[in-house]
Design a protein around this ligand. Sequence first.
Ligand SMILES: Nc1nc2c([nH]c(=O)n2[C@H]2C[C@H](O)[C@@H](COP(=O)(O)OP(=O)(O)OP(=O)(O)O)O2)c(=O)[nH]1
Ligand SMILES: [Mg+2]
Length: 146
Amino acid sequence: MDDCPEPNVRINAGLPVVLVAAIALIDPDGRVLIAERPEGKSMAGMWEFPGGKVEEGEIPEAALIRECKEELGIDITAACLAPFAFASHSYEKFHLLMPLYLCRKWEGIVQGMEGQRTKWVPIRDLNEYPMPPADIPLLAMLRDFL
Ligand SMILES: Nc1nc2c([nH]c(=O)n2[C@H]2C[C@H](O)[C@@H](COP(=O)(O)OP(=O)(O)OP(=O)(O)O)O2)c(=O)[nH]1
Ligand SMILES: [Mg+2]
């Protein structure tokens, strides 16, 4: 429907649903952590909320605990994950369903464990970083909330 471009959801395209869990880490100054998608991955060079695909038999919270360790070198617990909002967005080859959790408490120091750049960004400046199209509605929600 041309008069209703957002959200981008292709109702009858038969796309597989991919569940990705994402996290907005928020520091004491209210800044949010974003990470640059590495070369070789889809949407390389775009900035994203850390996270990744939820594996078979895994729940989203467990996926985030795992991904935070693998990608950022930090420890989080399920108790510190607050469900916030979700993205539902059709890409060319799949439909992304991405719950976004907020987290203000973790152990360790954030590092890009896979060589990716990371950045703590004040919420009002997040729109200066190119992010995947699925994330755009989440930015507005975060801005309203924080
Ligand atoms: N982590 C994350 N993924 C996002 C965001 N926005 C968005 O469209 N995506 C998409 C990009 C990818 O198609 C998918 C996440 O896949 P990924 O490649 O990062 O998954 P992963 O960390 O499990 O990595 P891999 O093992 O599959 O390489 O979700 C976001 O803010 N954060
Ligand atoms: Mg990932």
